[in-house]
Ligand binder design. Structure first.
Ligand code: ATP
Ligand code: MG
Length: 348
């Protein structure tokens, strides 16, 4: 039996996740689903954004389908009680260290990209971002220097094992795609990056079939907008990956189109759209469910080893877009549910 935890959360989370679940049900009627509250919805019910029973479900399940969390009405709460704390808790408890963010422009959406049509058309890449190390988790604080001035610091550090495991995910991902991996660092300035580059080069010995290149992050940022078509898979650290993946997503059109996965290396993963809970449009059937549906496709591929079914879902999304199906964010009038209907009907 395959169990999928459905944590749909706040705002448009439940609306888009419902469509993703329908698509999974249409692909395989045998999948089991179990829902649990998370984020602001969970806080209102239980006093915690990530209640123990929700965490327990996420641990028992084969994969987690996540919607979105957050609402401005919780901004005054202490950090540990805010809806966003649920995502960090899930990442930590499930050991999710690899964040996969594909950026692909679907035919028909060229005008939604911030890039010129002929440049945008070529985007089909995936960023593999390390999620548990780097400046986010090094020693940090504020102090006074001897002359009494304030100073802030965040230590950037990576252990070789952390680099090795994310490098492997990068190479494995490249193997299933175009066979090209670009590792992004700042090895001309940072010790962390020199270690990163050394370890990636070592791991490359196990993947002679993958063409490896290295870029400094400043150059990578420039190349991403100049000629994104040159990239297949990019592997990078937590900080650089955070910045580059947001940049890549804008090149690829609407925020309502882009999925993501957070993986732990043993097949467990959490799958969610890159967008947030969008309180401004929640409850009105206006949200684009494609990012959630494409996240479900990633779930099929990475947690259930069903790449063929994942491809069917992605092709169904491509087909309905090519036929002109558009939610309001893409300039159309289809409701969230009507878009979900189209995709379900287009499954080959
Ligand atoms: P978070 O901090 O949770 O990432 P955010 O403040 O970055 O949230 P989002 O919730 O992602 O913001 O919303 C940003 C904008 O994009 C909003 O105007 C929202 O309505 C729009 N948006 C987000 N997701 C979708 C979607 N699926 N369909 C249509 N519009 C969306
Ligand atoms: Mg955001």
């Amino acid at each position: 039996m395959t169990l999928i935890a459905v944590l749909s959360g706040d705002g448009i989370g439940p609306e888009v996740t419902a469509q993703a679940r329908r698509v999974l049900e249409a692909v395989d009627a045998g999948l089991q689903f179990e829902e649990a509250p998370v984020g602001g919805a969970a806080y209102l019910e239980t006093g915690l954004p990530l209640p123990p029973q929700t965490l327990d479900l996420a641990k028992r399940a084969d994969a987690v389908l996540f919607g979105a969390v957050g609402d401005p009405k919780f901004d005054a709460l202490a950090r540990a009680f805010r809806p966003e704390a649920a995502i960090l808790g899930l990442r930590k408890e499930l050991g999710l260290f690899a964040n996969l963010r594909p950026a692909k422009l679907f035919p028909g959406l060229e005008d939604a990209s911030t890039l010129k049509r002929e440049v945008a058309e070529a985007i089909d890449l995936i960023i593999v971002r390390e999620l548990t190390g780097d400046v986010y988790f090094g020693e940090k604080g504020q102090r006074r220097t001897e002359d009494g001035r304030r100073q802030g610091y965040d230590v950037m550090s990576y252990g070789e094992d952390e680099v090795r495991r994310i490098a492997r995910i990068g190479f494995e991902t490249a193997r299933t795609r175009g066979g090209k991996l670009c590792s992004v660092d700042k090895a001309n300035v940072l010790e962390t990056s020199q270690l990163w580059r050394d370890v990636v080069n070592e791991v490359a010995g196990d993947y002679p079939d993958v063409a490896l290149s290295h870029l400094y992050v400043d150059n990578a940022a420039m190349q991403l907008v100049r000629d994104p078509g040159q990239f297949d898979v990019i592997v990078t650290g937590n900080l650089f990956g955070d910045i580059l993946s947001d940049q890549a997503s804008m090149c690829a059109g609407s925020i309502g189109m882009l999925p993501s996965a957070a993986l732990n290396g043993d097949g467990k993963g959490m799958y969610e759209p890159i967008h947030g809970s969008a309180p401004d449009i929640a409850g009105r059937g206006k949200a684009n469910p494609c990012a959630a549906i494409l996240s479900a496709a990633m779930l099929l591929r990475h947690s259930l080893a069903r790449g063929e079914d994942a491809g069917r879902v992605e092709q169904a999304v491509a087909r309905v877009l090519a036929d002109g199906a558009r939610t309001p964010d893409l300039g159309g009038e289809l409701s969230t549910e009507a878009m979900g209907d189209r995709v379900v009907n287009a499954l080959g």
